[in-house]
Design a protein around this ligand. Structure first.
Ligand code: SAM
Length: 257
């Protein structure tokens, strides 16, 4: 749940928190809320009946809703008007070696804010985390989506060993492999040579890729081995840096040359 966003490009500033809901959104639909959402609106924000809330569900666009009582102590939302239509989903897959919890929460939220459409945890030789809590990743994705004003919640794909995850990529999907051992060259120039089409970005674990993984990835057709500069970045820093370069060069931050 998030407080009102500043005006997003292309849409008037609409006051009110944004909430991801499960129910269908249509004129006059009543949307049930879970306990956490009820607590946030009623007790944290102390919203009264009639207060405006923006709701989205990943299918029906964004709707301005009004808080309404639902029984003695509960509240619900009444959908009033659609404020933004549902956009086409993006297509940027983010493959990452999971990190320890707080860093993983951060990395998942930043990846969503930076526009990924799918998050795939990959198990590499040096991945330090064994069990990934998919529901925690999903909760982070929802929280980030509410905060950054997108209308799709990125999909959390099941974790896979690195080799299987790479083999599962469609042949047309270019893999951008962030390799701290790659020769330091201008990453923007490297990416400008990438043909338009679906993309996947791969960030390794805190311990890095092992030499066999690195050799195999670099030899894979359709892989772009990318340097993120002369310093070794922590995996969560590398995620934000790489996604900024990818989005500004090939993605939705700018116009392709
Ligand atoms: N091998 C590193 C070391 O010596 O400490 C550890 C890997 S780094 C903490 C985690 C991941 O971030 C790497 O596997 C890579 O995907 C990415 N990364 C970090 N720095 C990078 C750089 N300068 N260029 C490209 N990728 C980088």
């Amino acid at each position: 749940m998030s407080q009102p966003d500043a005006a997003r490009a292309g849409s008037p500033p609409i006051s009110g928190p944004r909430l991801y809901v499960a129910g269908d959104l249509a004129t006059d639909a009543s949307i049930g809320l879970d306990a956490a959402q009820t607590n946030y609106l009623a007790n944290v924000l102390r919203l009264k009946a009639g207060a405006a809330v923006l709701a989205f569900n990943g299918r029906d666009g964004e709707w301005r809703c009004a808080v309404e009582p639902a029984g003695r102590r509960d509240i619900a939302l009444r959908a009033l008007v659609q404020t933004r239509p549902q956009p086409a989903p993006g297509d940027l897959h983010y493959l990452f070696a999971p990190l320890k919890s707080a860093r993983l929460d951060y990395m998942a939220q930043k990846a969503v804010e930076m526009g990924v459409s799918h998050l795939r945890p990959v198990l590499t030789q040096r991945t330090q985390v064994s069990r990934i809590k998919a529901e925690r990743l999903a909760a982070n994705a929802i929280e980030a989506a509410e905060q950054c004003g997108i209308l799709h919640v990125p999909e959390i794909l099941p974790e896979m060993k690195l080799e299987r995850a790479i083999a599962a990529l469609e042949p047309a999907r270019v893999l951008i492999f962030c390799d701290e051992d790659a020769a330091v060259t201008n990453p923007v120039k490297a990416l400008q040579a990438v043909p338009a089409g679906p993309l996947a970005l791969l960030i390794g674990p805190e311990g890095g890729f092992d030499p066999a993984e690195r050799r195999w990835l670099a030899a894979r057709p359709g892989t772009v081995r990318l340097s993120l500069g002369p310093r070794i970045l922590r995996a969560d820093t590398a995620a934000v840096a790489a996604l900024a370069i990818v989005q500004s060069t090939l993605g939705d931050w700018g116009v392709r040359p």
